[in-house]
Write a protein that binds this ligand. Sequence first.
Ligand code: NDP
Ligand code: 8X3
Length: 260
Amino acid sequence: AARLYDKTVLITGASSGIGRATALEFADVTQGKIKLILTARRLERLNSFKSQLSSQYPDIKIHTEFLDVSKINTIREFFSHIPEEFKDIDVLVNNAGLALGKEQVGEMKQEDIDTVFNTNVMGNIEVVQNIVPFFKRKNSGDIVQLGSVAGREPYVGGSVYCASKFAIRAFNTSLRQELMNTKIRVIEVQPGAVDTEFSTVRFKGDKKQADATYVAEPLYAEDIADTIVYAVSRRQNVVIAESLIFPNNQAGGGSLRWED
Ligand code: NDP
Ligand code: 8X3
């Protein structure tokens, strides 16, 4: 944990699930000796989370800000207005993302396709584009990318979401190669089924359908947060390049209900 003391961590999609749990884990392992920039669209949630963390860890420094990563042309502006105290970012957790629907090709809504690609691919890339020149100048920095088992194994009804995660995986691999002669690390975490708001969002609030997605004992956001913080706190020379993480009763992509 000492390696993380006084670092600045930027998390996208910090209002829920894995992003939120990762903020909590960074705060917990450093006992508040950390600076967090928490972004998402639901700013009220970020602000109540900030109050919670600040009362738990009096030393912690948190900046919250609205950022819709699917609005690509607002991202540069966001980076140029980060308060001085938080500007020296050490770790990016590029986590904001979603799936929408499980329709098959020919039935999918163009609007959903646009939202998924603009968020998971275009937004993700634009965030990285804004941080890489800065990381290069200081020859350090960690880029944590939220991939998925869906970025390794496509499944029926997942064409667009899987394509978005495949795209990001290819992007990450090129980026890692481009940064090979620097101290910048590209860390891709690939979870299986994690019980977050992901399925509720995917099925547009249909809780029944969302709950039916999960295996008997899915992963929890804290499990992924734990892996992210582990990877980032390794010795500088160690890059956990890709980690595929399943709950015990999942062993591949696609249908997650392996007990069926
Ligand atoms: P949640 O739905 O719980 O959290 C998603 C987060 O992303 C929220 O904080 C949401 O915030 C944010 N987000 C969504 N759209 C945008 C946007 N346009 N701009 C900014 N933030 C946005 O899901 P998870 O925590 O599960 O998902 C996090 C990441 O993990 C995603 O990239 C997902 O693909 C990946 N993943 C999830 C798995 C799972 O089974 N849950 C498995 C593998 C990967 P807000 O709505 O406030 O903007
Ligand atoms: C989320 C996991 O398999 O539902 O990335 O697409 S899956």
